[in-house]
Design a binder for this molecule. Structure first.
Ligand SMILES: Nc1nc2c(ncn2[C@@H]2O[C@H](COP(=O)(O)OP(=O)(O)OP(=O)(O)O)[C@@H](O)[C@H]2O)c(=O)[nH]1
Length: 369
């Protein structure tokens, strides 16, 4: 069963776009088979020539496999869907006009196939290419309808061909106009969809990221913590939380201005983030306060992480903001207790932070259990 599905995937690809094109190809193949069958029915009635019908059948049915392969390998061959659709459309028009030339008295019905071809191409072709294809169909049909009464006057009457031509040309032009409009609508919808996806991505960023530091914002961090609480209940893994607060930040603002204060916040966020592992989550919790979640981390390892952050900030501050004396932070660190809620953990971290501040700042204080 599994090998059957992998053979199917190999055949029709897993790429959604290629699968859609192969779907169109399958419908086209059905149409070709139907036309060929009907033409052979006419041969059996003595209304169509046998050898010419054989050649046309070979071209129609034989053309299916190369197109299947071209579509299937289009990514590797760097073929665009519009290129393939145009080539398929041209072949279909040529075959339909040949079908018309070979058919007996029922030939008028084959003209409706041209409409199907044009409508099909609308799904992939731009409006201008759809129009060009219609002009090609009208031109080729006109040429055939003009030549056929001269080649075989017994089967083709010039007057009837002229009427057929005007009806077919008018219908093709109207369909071309309508399909052109559809193509434009489709491009418009596609552009709108891309704009919406962009806007959605921007909204998602705005909703989850702090604008100044690009860290997770408080709202997003609250969601992360709610998930973490559920995970903790289930796994019981050691998890640490730390509240980090930049020391004397008001003085930095007052002495050097708000812009420098902002630059300190950005530098702090960038350096702290760079010192963390991919599984740690750092968020801007308030003005100059940050909350750090360290999953699967015991208290000793978490203290080391905070020391790493401290070292990076001291180095970066000396390099990037030499006019500031130094930027330090105080932190309250807590190891979550089994069954303890995140809110209670943050409260303990806050109390530890308060002690770190009152004990002189620039230090990490462990929370009481
Ligand atoms: N530049 C800047 N300042 C901010 C921002 N958010 C909050 N602040 C300022 O951060 C300062 C925080 O000051 P305090 O709460 O007194 O803390 P502190 O001066 O760091 O003192 P300690 O925490 O006790 O060391 C306030 O002056 C806020 O206006 C911000 O986005 N940008």
């Amino acid at each position: 069963m599994r090998s059957l599905s992998s053979v199917w995937s190999l055949l029709v690809s897993t790429d959604e776009k290629i699968r859609r094109q192969l779907g169109y190809w399958a419908v086209t193949a059905g149409m070709y088979l139907l036309c060929t069958g009907l033409l052979w029915l006419e041969v059996s009635f003595g209304d169509a020539p046998r050898s010419a019908t054989l050649w046309l059948s070979i071209v129609m049915i034989g053309g299916l496999l190369p197109f299947f392969l071209l579509i299937r390998l289009s990514t590797r061959l760097a073929l665009r869907p519009s290129q393939l659709a145009l080539a398929q459309g041209i072949l279909a028009i040529i075959c339909t006009v040949a079908d018309y030339a070979l058919s007996g008295p029922a030939r008028g019905a084959t003209l409706s196939i041209l409409l199907v071809v044009l409508v099909f191409c609308t799904f992939t072709l731009e409006a201008e290419k759809s129009h060009s294809l219609s002009v090609f169909a009208i031109g080729l049909l006109g040429l055939a309808m003009f030549a056929l009464p001269h080649i075989d006057p017994a089967r083709f009457s010039p007057r009837l061909e002229m009427i057929h031509f005007f009806i077919a040309a008018a219908t093709l032009l109207v369909v071309s106009f309508l399909t052109g409009k559809l193509s434009q609508l489709r491009s418009h919808l596609k552009a709108q969809k891309a704009e919406l996806a962009d806007a959605l991505a921007r909204i998602r960023i705005l909703a989850t990221q702090d604008e100044l530091t690009s860290l997770a914002n408080r709202r997003h961090m609250s969601e992360v913590l709610a998930d973490e609480e559920r995970r903790l209940c289930a796994s019981g893994q050691p998890t640490c939380l730390a509240l980090l607060d930049i020391d004397w930040f008001k003085q930095i603002n007052d002495k050097h201005g708000h812009d420098v204060g902002d630059a300190v916040l950005r530098m702090f966020a960038w350096q702290a983030q760079a010192a963390l592992r991919a599984t740690d989550v750092l968020a801007r919790w308030g003005g100059e306060e940050f909350l750090l979640l360290m999953r699967d981390t015991n208290i000793d390892a978490a203290a080391q992480v905070l020391n790493r952050v401290r070292d990076r900030i001291a180095i970066a501050c000396a390099a990037e903001l030499p006019h500031l004396k130094t930027v330090t932070f105080s932190a309250g660190l807590v190891a979550m207790l089994p069954g303890e809620g995140v809110a209670a953990g943050i409260r303990r971290a806050d109390q530890a932070l308060y002690r770190a501040k009152s004990d002189g700042r620039d230090r990490v204080m462990l929370a009481y259990s």
